[in-house]
Each structure stands twice: as C-alpha cells, then as structure tokens.
Ligand binder design. Structure first.
Ligand SMILES: O=C(O)CCC(=O)C(=O)O
Ligand SMILES: [Fe+2]
Length: 121
C-alpha cells in the first residue's frame, strides 16, 4: 500500500497494526511484521511527519536503557522517531509495537507499506 499524508497537519493516531496478537481470530489479516519504505526526497526533521515507535516493555528485557527508565519514570513510554527520508526502511513487529505518524504541517508525505502475515485472514 502507498499512503500519502497531504500536509495541513495530517497525522495517524497511536495504533498497532495487528491488534489481535497473532491474528488467529481473523482480525487485521494476521499481520506479524510491518515494513515501511519512505519516498520523500529532501525530507528533514523540520518537515514533521516522523514515524514514532513506542518501545514495548518486552524489548527492555535484560536491562532497560537509562533513557527508557527515565521516560517511564516521567510517565511517558520510551519512543524512537524515524524521519521519513527517501530510502529509509522501518521494520517492526506488527502485533507488538504501538506507533503513530506525527503531524505533517506542510509537505506531502509518501510511504509504501508491506505487511507479512501469518495465519488469520
Ligand atoms: O507511514 C507511516 O510511517 C506509518 C503508517 C502506518 O502506521 C499505517 O499505515 O498503519
Ligand atoms: Fe501502522
């Protein structure tokens, strides 16, 4: 799927791509992995539209980083922002990683998404 955010503050609220875990109950097509390839030449942090990945607690096993611990202590979930520059590929667990698209104030933002599925459907 290719998606365009047309500027004007467009965004995508916090969500998960497969809310049904491994998809066996048939929701969200059993998505287990998300690949997002960004198509925006010359995009900078100032253009907004970051893909914000909220780090699940399971990824902190073996010792949370001090950044993650500080974020949780402040009542926030630790997160990583991916700037949607041309030729950047983001890959994450579709059934575990909450994420969002931060507001795009000006430019059109393009991204191609592919989901790997397992069961479900
Ligand atoms: O374009 C992006 O960075 C993410 C889009 C997304 O989360 C989705 O389509 O489910
Ligand atoms: Fe998503």
């Amino acid at each position: 799927m290719v998606a365009v955010y047309p500027g004007g503050g467009s965004f995508h609220r916090v969500h998960i791509d497969n809310a049904d875990g491994d998809g066996r109950a048939g929701r969200d097509f059993g998505r287990v992995l998300t690949f997002i390839y960004f198509l925006n030449a010359g995009w900078t942090e100032e253009d907004g539209g970051a893909l914000r990945l909220h780090i699940p607690r399971a990824c902190e096993e073996g010792g949370p980083s001090s950044d993650a611990a500080a974020a949780r202590a402040a009542g926030r979930s630790p997160a990583v922002d991916v700037i949607p520059r041309l030729d950047t590929l983001a890959v994450f667990r579709a059934d575990r990683v909450m994420h969002e698209v931060r507001p795009c104030p000006g430019r059109h933002r393009y991204a191609a998404s592919v989901w790997v599925t397992c069961g479900g459907g």
